[in-house]
Design a protein around this ligand. Structure first.
Ligand code: BEZ
Length: 252
């Protein structure tokens, strides 16, 4: 998917705002080395660096990394594939907010993070849990289906039981794992859901003419109105999984 860093910062800054709470779990003192996986435009990388830790922000999107470098020229940002990171035993903490659900190959992702951490290094992350945005996805699937398009969700939204197993198989000891509902108000009143779908379902919408795209967006809004339009605002049905896990040496 091609990310639009302007739309991301202007309309979806709540992504980083919610992520700030996760930073309280991270040791950000001077001397700590932290990797921010999927840093986007760098808002949280900057927060992680405020107490003196050495932080590197990575993202697979060059557009996002260019925006991050221009926003925070004093910090280090690199374009990297999260499933194939080039680091070995380097970090005290790998941090990630709202990113892992975009990655299909979780075994490769967790292997790559395990390699990047030193022994007893911490993985601290939050992303979409089972049934995240289920109202929106169901409505979009139906609206696109009316145009004979078969929507296949690109997202990985696990339960905490599934993810705990994956973490253990990858050589992590799980210290904390929870799933919770996080109803999320979208910016821009009436246009909030429309903008959100344009940003996050951009890949699917590329398959349609402008006219069809408009019809799908309006139909998705219509189908969602009873469930997630509340008091003049779209409230997206986000569910989160929150993880703190420690890297252990893998037994061969
Ligand atoms: C999320 O942060 O949960 C999310 C964002 C965009 C698309 C799907 C999920």
């Amino acid at each position: 998917m091609k990310w639009n860093s302007n739309l991301y910062d202007n309309k979806h800054s709540f992504v980083a705002e919610y992520g700030k709470a996760m930073i309280d779990f991270v040791n950000t003192q001077k001397g700590q080395k932290i990797l921010d996986v999927g840093c986007g435009t760098g808002i949280l990388t900057n927060e992680l660096a405020k107490n003196g830790a050495a932080v590197i922000g990575t993202d697979s999107s060059k557009d996002m990394i260019d925006a991050a470098k221009s926003n925070y020229p004093h910090l280090i940002f690199q374009v990297q594939d999260a499933t194939n990171l080039p680091y070995k035993n380097e970090f005290d903490t790998v941090f990630s907010n709202a990113v892992f659900h975009w990655i299909q190959n979780q075994e490769k992702l967790l292997h790559s993070i395990h390699n990047s951490l030193g022994n007893n290094g911490m993985l601290i992350c939050e992303f979409g849990a089972k049934n995240n945005i289920s109202q929106i996805q169901t409505a979009f699937e139906e609206a696109a289906g009316q145009k004979r398009y078969i929507y296949c969700s690109p997202f990985f939204f696990p339960s905490k039981e599934e993810y705990k197993l994956l973490l253990e198989q990858a050589g992590f000891e799980v210290k904390h794992i929870i799933e919770y509902d996080r109803p999320t108000p979208l910016a821009d009143g009436e246009k909030g859901l429309y903008n959100w779908i344009c940003q996050f379902f951009a890949g699917d919408l590329l398959n349609f003419s402008n006219e069809e795209k408009e019809e799908i967006l309006l139909e998705t809004e219509r189908l969602c109105r009873n469930s997630i339009w509340k008091s003049g605002q779209w409230i997206a049905d986000y569910r989160r999984i929150q993880v703190i896990a420690v890297r252990k040496v893998k037994k061969e």
